[in-house]
Design a protein around this ligand. Structure first.
Ligand code: 6GU
Length: 225
């Protein structure tokens, strides 16, 4: 898989891909992530990328031309399955969307900033609009990092048995059961004895029950569909 991220703030997108699981996935060539500075496609001597909005009003709007130039250049190199605009008014990200996107070959993520992008970008160039939740971020960069992480960890070979995505919260519409490690007793706080019984079927049963209880208590909405 290849992910191309277009942004006016490339610095914000360096560290998430430079550590832990995402770094390992890139080092193992399981995914290629390229960050593109929109400024490189800016207009004129000042490499302008944004302008005031027609009709008046506060806030700058990212112009269509630099975005179109960048996307066209990328599309000249390979076919893209999706051009995703990261925006708080997009479709809210969930595990199902991450699962689906992890099956794509090439994805562009466009990060919004300021008042957003010229509407013609959304109408003509973008195929999907995604939000990572009902709150507003200063730009789409952190959201693109979140979306990338949620996708990349699902690619075959990225996780091992220890970190397997199959037992993740949400993967079966259930929250994950509680986990414990040594010591079995800390101060007067004990680990549930069943986990130390060695009885694997009983342990699995207990985990399923706990996952269900936990989900009923915290996220009953997940059990509705
Ligand atoms: Cl994708 N962008 C911004 N700016 N804010 C957000 C978001 C995206 N998702 C949730 N809040």
């Amino acid at each position: 898989m290849r992910i191309d991220i277009i942004t006016v703030l490339p610095e914000l997108l360096k560290s998430p891909f430079d550590a832990s699981i995402l770094k390992r996935a890139i080092d193992k060539n399981l995914v290629e992530v390229e960050i593109h500075n929109l400024r490189d496609y800016g207009i004129g001597n000042y490499k302008q990328v944004d302008d005031y909005q027609f009709g008046g009003g506060a806030g700058m709007v990212l112009m269509i031309e630099p975005i179109d130039k960048c996307i066209s250049e990328l599309k000249g190199q390979r076919n893209y399955d999706e051009v995703i605009y990261m925006t708080p008014d997009g479709e809210r990200l969930n595990q199902g969307m991450a699962n689906e996107l992890s099956l794509r070959q090439n994805i562009i993520m466009l990060c919004g900033h300021y008042k957003g992008v010229d509407q013609r970008v959304r109408d003509q160039l973008v195929t999907m609009e995604i939000s990572i939740g009902d709150y507003v971020l200063s730009g789409g960069e952190l959201a693109a990092a979140v979306l990338s992480d949620s996708i990349i960890r699902l690619l075959p070979g990225v996780l091992n048995d220890e970190t397997s995505a199959l037992t993740d919260t949400f993967q079966d519409n259930l929250l994950a059961p509680p986990v414990y490690t040594r010591p079995s007793r800390y101060k007067e706080w004990e680990v549930p004895p069943i986990l130390m019984s060695g009885n694997t079927p009983k342990i699995e049963e207990w985990r399923e029950e706990e996952a269900l209880k936990h989900t009923q208590k915290r996220r009953p909405d997940l059990l509705e569909d």
